[in-house]
Design a protein around this ligand. Structure first.
Ligand SMILES: [Mg+2]
Length: 306
């Protein structure tokens, strides 16, 4: 009864989806959703958040739902894509209150629509025991930038300038488990503006989930280049002690991009005011280093595994 009630509620609340999002032909409530395919390439990504891994027990469910959706939306932004639709699953600890499950569904739908990514379907299941971690999985589908340019990690070229949006470090408050990792804004508008303005001169991009050092290393590896970052240029959030924290903390969900050296990038993104900071350069070679007054530090071993 609980489950059928829950599914009924979800279908009821989603009844208006097809008018709000004309490309959604059939939303939650049937065996499948139906959506009109976008005109360009589709970008697909899936990500999960796991209790005690990505959020601490007791985190408000609305913020758990927000993070689950935002992480996948951030991946779309990293490729220059615009959200099209999404699917979600939840694995709930045994004994999870039905009212909490319902609230979780409301939040997932709300946040998905906040980023114009209608949640067209999903599934909830109960885990075998009460100690199981609450786990949410979100599959997000996007459409490539109208130019057709899909920004991968593999396009960086020697001579490119390396930029980052926003500021880094201290996203996850280790004392409380709270912080920006629960409330970050995926850089959709910044990504769209970059592609609108510079097109294919944006050579490579990634969203910073595992830390600047590690994620810059991923671009370097995928592109077969060397990335040199300037420690003093790395923008830090207030209270972030040094470049090592800024480069290693992770969960920033800012965009790191490599752009043609001829591109004139302003200090802030015009539509949003988000800072755009040049922090390095792409060279021939391999690997990623952070340069300080005292020398070169290998960036590849900074950051953390999810
Ligand atoms: Mg990513």
């Amino acid at each position: 009864v609980r489950e059928s009630e829950l599914l009924h509620n979800i279908a009821q609340r989603s009844a208006g989806m097809t008018s709000g999002f004309p490309h959604v032909l059939l939303g939650p409530g049937d065996d499948c959703a139906a959506v009109r395919p976008p005109g360009g390439s589709m970008l697909l990504t899936v990500d999960q958040v796991i209790e005690r891994r990505h959020f601490v027990p007791g985190t408000p469910l609305d913020l758990v739902a927000r993070k689950a959706v935002a992480r996948s939306i951030s991946d779309l932004a990293a490729m220059g894509a615009t959200p099209w639709c999404a699917l979600a699953t939840g694995a709930l600890p045994a004994g999870f209150a039905p009212s909490d499950a319902d609230a979780l569904c409301v939040s997932i739908k709300k946040w998905a629509e906040h980023w114009l990514c209608p949640m067209v379907g999903g599934d909830l299941a109960s885990m075998p025991d009460a100690a199981s971690p609450l786990t949410l999985t979100v599959t997000a589908i996007g459409v490539a930038h109208p130019s057709g340019h899909v920004v991968t990690r593999a396009g960086a070229r020697p001579g490119d300038h390396v930029y980052v949006t926003g500021a880094l470090g201290g996203s996850f408050d280790r004392a409380t488990g709270q912080g920006r990792h629960l409330t970050f804004e995926p850089r959709l508008r910044e990504s769209a503006w970059l592609l609108d303005t510079f097109g294919a001169r944006v050579h490579a991009m990634i969203d910073l989930s595992d830390g600047l050092g590690r994620d810059a290393g991923r671009i370097a590896q995928a592109s077969g280049v060397r990335i040199e970052l300037d420690a003093a240029s790395i923008p830090r959030h207030p209270g972030v002690a040094d470049w090592r924290s800024a480069a290693g903390d992770g969960e920033d969900y800012e965009l790191l991009f490599c752009i043609d050296h001829d591109a004139t990038v302003p200090e802030t993104c015009p539509p949003t005011g988000t800072p755009l900071r040049r922090i390095g350069v792409v060279r021939d070679g391999r690997g990623c280093v952070v340069q300080t007054d005292t020398g070169s530090h290998d960036a590849g071993d900074m950051g953390w595994d999810h």
